[in-house]
Design a protein around this ligand. Structure first.
Ligand code: KIV
Length: 275
């Protein structure tokens, strides 16, 4: 599996079948995003898949769980990200209660994500009820990405953001659900916070790509929350996050220097003013 550069033509937008076809030949670099400014920067990198994650609830709205974010808030972020992206596949994360109540509600809300610029939606869980909803979405032409393992919308059932699939029966159930999600037509599945060995087993069993977060190196792709990767919250450093920048200090320093300049009368200068 090549993992250094994309085989995809530089200027063509990536499609759902493109991502699906990367299984076994190309690792998929994915990231979350919530606004147009970051989307424009991501667009200038080799990243292939962008998720407007309901982690927006945490990193944008400062909440402890993803449960309170609304479909309208998610759609605003999706529209903003779509405005800044030309190349990567854009996936909208369906928030809590926007798909679980019924297939009809799921279809209406998933359709709104596509109208906002997403090319696919992601839903959490692999039980029979969710699979039925997924089947209906796919039947009417809406591509679906699955999500198994630590599915944050079920945080209260799990009793916290805990590693999932640790014991043999949980692992077996997750593998079975992954196969059923593939059968239902998902084009890929996010695996979150599960043992590497289980992620490896699921990845080698499926013919659709797995995208890991806290699921070890064997997944077909990886995803991180953009703000975690950039180090915007120095106090948040889970084991599975690698920080590629420490922007919190840089931003704080820039803001402090700006404040000092304003307070000392050093900003704006003549060159930064109009005659
Ligand atoms: O909401 C999110 O950001 C996610 C990813 C971490 C997979 O679901």
């Amino acid at each position: 599996m090549s993992n250094t550069s994309s085989k995809h033509s530089e200027d063509k937008p990536l499609t759902v079948p493109d991502i699906r076809a990367m299984k076994g030949s190309e690792r998929i670099a994915s990231i979350t995003c919530y606004d147009a400014s970051f989307a424009r920067l991501i667009d200038q990198t080799p990243i292939q898949l962008v998720l407007v994650g309901d982690s927006a609830a945490n990193v944008i709205y400062g909440l402890d769980t993803t449960l309170p974010i609304s479909i309208d808030e998610m759609l605003m972020h999706t529209r903003a990200v779509a405005a800044g992206l030309t190349k990567p596949l854009l996936v909208g994360d369906m928030p809590f209660l926007s798909y679980q109540p019924s297939a009809e509600i799921a279809i209406t809300n998933a359709g709104r994500f596509l109208q906002a610029g997403a090319k696919a939606v992601k839903v959490e869980g692999g039980g029979p009820h969710i699979r039925e909803i997924i089947t209906k979405l796919i039947e009417i032409g809406i591509p679906v990405m699955g999500h198994l393992g630590l599915t944050p919308q079920s945080v209260h059932r799990f009793g916290g953001f805990k590693l999932q699939g640790k014991n043999a029966s949980d692992a077996e159930r997750m593998l079975a659900e992954a196969k059923l999600l593939e059968e239902a037509g998902c084009f890929s599945i996010v695996l979150e916070k599960i043992p590497s060995k289980l992620a490896e087993k699921i990845t080698s069993t499926l013919s659709i790509p797995t995208i890991g977060i806290g699921a070890g190196p064997s997944c077909d792709g990886q995803i991180l929350v953009l703000y975690d990767l950039l180090g915007l919250d120095p106090g948040f450093k889970p084991r599975f996050v690698r920080r590629y920048a420490e922007l919190a200090g840089i931003i704080r320093d820039a803001l402090s220097r700006y404040a000092s300049d304003v307070m000392a009368g050093n900003f704006p200068s003549d060159k930064e003013s109009f005659r």
